[in-house]
Design a protein around this ligand. Structure first.
Ligand code: OAD
Length: 246
């Protein structure tokens, strides 16, 4: 392990355009459950019911009950962890080019990262599927006690600004992420299973464009075979160690 960390430190010290690509495992130390891996949410909730746009349109109450009972109470209490702050430190040193995240918790921005691409949307905003009026998640959460699914003042169904399975990714975010993957000199995967596309195509794009690829994830991923360094450990702990060391 120490040898891998030294190798990673050396690689970080010779890179000046690092892209960090974060997934649910990066927020695990903040107390937020991952979707896959040990105790993952999808072992308890069927994503084709609780996270699919076609099911949402048929019956949004399942998705909203998942938000009300499982996600919102945890997200409301949780805070960014040392890993999020380590990325802010890399930005201060001028060597972090961009953060691409699949997470919807907004922790990178709360920690102080200024350039964050949210590939799967965010949990801050909610919009009406009929008239597009927007609400904050906090406002809507209050409604959830009395109304499931929550509705807009126009009567339309409300939906969080997060991407569900079967929905396209926000085009601008996808374009910016692709560009960042092409331009970086190091692509650092932090806590992602790398099984959900198109997000999981980014490491390959980076590698094809001559960046080094580092994957820090507790479990193996399907892209380990093309990575320069793979560390099967806590992503936020490893990153904090690497950054603390200067
Ligand atoms: P996943 O839940 O698929 O993968 C999280 C990975 O983090 C797993 O492989 C775990 O082994 C690993 N892990 C757990 N704790 C860790 C830790 N402390 N440090 C490092 N690794 C850890 O999460 P994502 O890859 O982000 O999309 O999932 C991608 C998308 O699938 C999500 O954005 C979400 C989900 O379904 C939608 O809902 C559309």
């Amino acid at each position: 392990m120490d040898e891998l960390i030294s190798k990673l430190k050396k690689l970080v010290s010779t890179s000046d355009k690092i892209v960090a690509f974060t997934g649910a495992g990066f927020s695990a130390e903040s107390g937020i459950s991952t979707f896959r891996g040990a105790g993952g949410l999808w072992s308890k909730y069927d994503p084709s019911i609780y996270a699919d746009i076609n099911y949402f349109v048929k019956d949004p109450s399942y998705y909203w009950s998942f938000i009300r009972d499982e996600r919102y109470p945890v997200l409301k209490k949780a805070k960014p962890n040392d890993g999020h702050y380590a990325l802010v430190e890399l930005e201060k040193r001028g060597i972090l080019y961009r953060v691409i995240t699949q997470n919807i918790d907004g922790f990178h921005q709360i920690a102080g990262s200024s350039d964050v691409i949210e590939l799967h949307g965010n949990s801050r905003n909610v919009f009406c599927m009929e008239c597009d009026k927007t609400y904050t998640m906090e406002e809507v959460n209050k409604k959830l006690e009395e109304e499931l699914p929550p509705r807009c003042s126009c009567g339309g169904i409300l939906k969080p600004d997060t991407v569900l399975f079967g929905e396209p990714l926000p085009q601008y975010a996808l374009d910016m992420a692709t560009l960042a993957a092409k331009k970086c000199d190091m692509f650092l995967v932090l806590g992602s299973s790398l099984v959900v596309y198109p997000a999981a195509s980014m490491p390959r794009i980076a590698k094809k464009n001559d960046a080094s690829l580092v994957i820090i994830n507790i479990d193996p991923t399907p892209l380990d075979n093309i990575a320069d360094i793979v560390i099967n450990e806590s992503a936020s702990k490893v990153l904090s160690t690497v950054v603390e060391g200067g």
